[in-house]
Write a protein that binds this ligand. Structure first.
Ligand code: GDP
Ligand code: GDP
Length: 433
């Protein structure tokens, strides 16, 4: 099950403006290496209690100023393959262009839900102009103004009806997604795991066309791998590599319990690594980091320690994550990698009994209360872990509105110290009681 929404359309219709509105903020990130600010083109959002991932396909356009029809077509086709819902954006100011017609021709044949959003309908007059878009043969449309938000709520209401109610299936076997940049060594890592013995690989029956789940039984562990590597090698999409690998990563992460992020040690931790890490964290999945190609690094006494510290700076504030230095080539620590991933899987399933939790935390929080705010004191009354797939804790107190993020982090750190949630994002709520 997944809820992946792709925004398609020709350049300048307002795709990225809509994207930013859907994810509610400008998700610009600063590339820690170059210091350049780049926009994110995928994000996580929710509406009417349903979560979904949004991908702005325009963000991956190649030379977006003079984009060719062929490239748009390819991107739309990829989006159709990989997404669950398509939002097709057109521009009421410009009216129907030949490229819109071309995209509409492709979308008419699609079985997945397609929403046509006529954008830049900033005022009532333009409602009338929107009528011409019936000619695209896609049926009903939604008029929106991405700039001022008009109509986007109605669009989301309709869209949410098509979203899956995502309660995560409790998987008995760990589901690991091997993700990372092209050439980081994902295929090599998987090959190192399975060795020559192809018999241990069974494709799981009953999965859909994106049957990327493969079951392994290795080193005494049984697990499913959600594979993102390899596919591109036989596909038509070499030119769209980044877009394609992002699509794959988004889907794989949504389907996993633990994301195994493979880095290339000789290149360090780059922007796309950060994106993938962030995506797994946003999805509240378990995470381990594998620093691959460790055989290529010249080592001195503290090389590993320094590299470890460098990665933790990059992934801050969520640093309680296993980092394993491996070589897929020589198979160094490949077993350790899987062992760590299994540990993270177990940590994520961990449930602390309410009585134990209160015993351990209430006294501690009394000794270390949240700072008084406007002369008022916050009193924590009790706490419990919620029965959710990923650890969530709720603390009941008199004045939850006075709790600030630093105190939440302080409590989170205590939880991590007490119970070992290594590799697992934790959510903490304060509620009134
Ligand atoms: P993209 O290339 O499809 O991602 O388009 P952008 O989101 O970059 O928008 C292209 C231009 O259209 C920008 O100048 C936006 O400010 C403008 N734009 C986007 N949405 C609206 C809208 O709802 N109304 C108006 N008037 N302009 C818009
Ligand atoms: P993928 O695109 O992430 O699946 O990466 P591949 O597994 O195809 O690896 C990309 C390149 O890196 C190939 O040439 C591999 O032989 C090489 N490679 C992968 N792992 C290692 C490693 O641990 N050490 C060295 N030296 N090379 C590696």
């Amino acid at each position: 099950m997944s809820n992946i929404v792709a925004i398609v359309g020709r350049p300048n219709v307002g795709k990225s403006t809509l994207f930013n509105r859907l994810i509610k903020q400008r998700q610009a990130i600063v590339d820690s290496v170059s210091g350049v600010t780049r926009d994110r083109h995928y994000g996580k959002s929710d509406w009417n209690g349903k979560e979904f991932s949004v991908i702005d396909t325009g963000g991956y356009a190649i030379g977006s100023d003079d984009i060719f029809e062929g490239e748009i077509r390819k991107q739309v086709e990829l989006a159709i393959d990989e997404a669950d819902i398509i939002v097709f954006v057109v521009d009421v100011e410009e009216g129907i262009t030949p490229m819109d017609t071309e995209v509409a021709n492709i979308l008419r044949k699609v079985k997945k839900p397609v929403f046509m959003a006529v954008n830049k309908v900033d005022n009532a007059m333009r409602e009338n102009d929107a009528v011409e878009f019936y000619n695209l043969g896609l049926g009903e449309y939604h008029t929106i103004s991405s700039i001022n938000g008009g109509g986007t709520g109605e669009l989301l209401d309709a869209l949410a009806l098509k979203l899956e109610n995502e309660f995560e299936e409790e998987s008995e076997l760990p589901r690991f997604a091997v993700v990372g940049r092209p050439n980081a060594g994902k295929s090599s890592f998987i090959n190192a795991l399975i060795g020559e013995d192809r018999n241990i690989v069974t494709n799981i029956a009953g999965t859909t066309r994106d049957s990327i789940d493969t079951k392994y039984n290795r080193f005494g562990f049984e697990f499913n791998l959600v594979d993102t590597a390899g596919i591109r090698k036989k596909s038509k999409v070499k030119e769209d590599l980044e877009f394609y690998s992002v699509m794959r990563a988004v889907r794989a992460i949504e389907h996993c319990d633990v994301a195994i992020l493979v880095l290339d040690a000789s290149r360090g931790f780059e922007g796309q690594d950060e994106n993938i890490f962030w995506l797994a964290e946003k999805n509240k999945k378990g995470i381990i980091v594998l620093v691959n190609k460790w055989d290529l690094i010249e080592k001195e006494t503290n090389t590993m320690r320094d590299f470890d510290a460098y990665i933790r700076r990059e992934i801050a504030p969520f640093t309680d994550v296993p980092i394993v230095f491996i070589s897929a080539l020589t198979k160094q620590r490949v077993f350790k990698a899987i062992e760590s991933a299994v540990e993270v899987f177990e940590n994520r399933k961990k449930r602390i009994p309410t009585s134990k939790l209160n015993e351990a935390l209430l006294d501690f929080m009394k000794q270390n209360p949240p700072p008084a705010y406007k002369g008022k004191f916050v009193k924590i009354k009790y706490c419990m872990q919620l029965p959710t797939p990923t650890p969530q804790f709720v603390f009941f107190c008199n004045l939850p509105q006075y709790i600030r993020d630093p105190y939440k982090r302080f409590v989170e750190n205590k939880l991590r110290e007490l119970y070992d949630f290594k590799g697992v994002p934790i959510i903490i709520y304060f509620r009134k009681k």
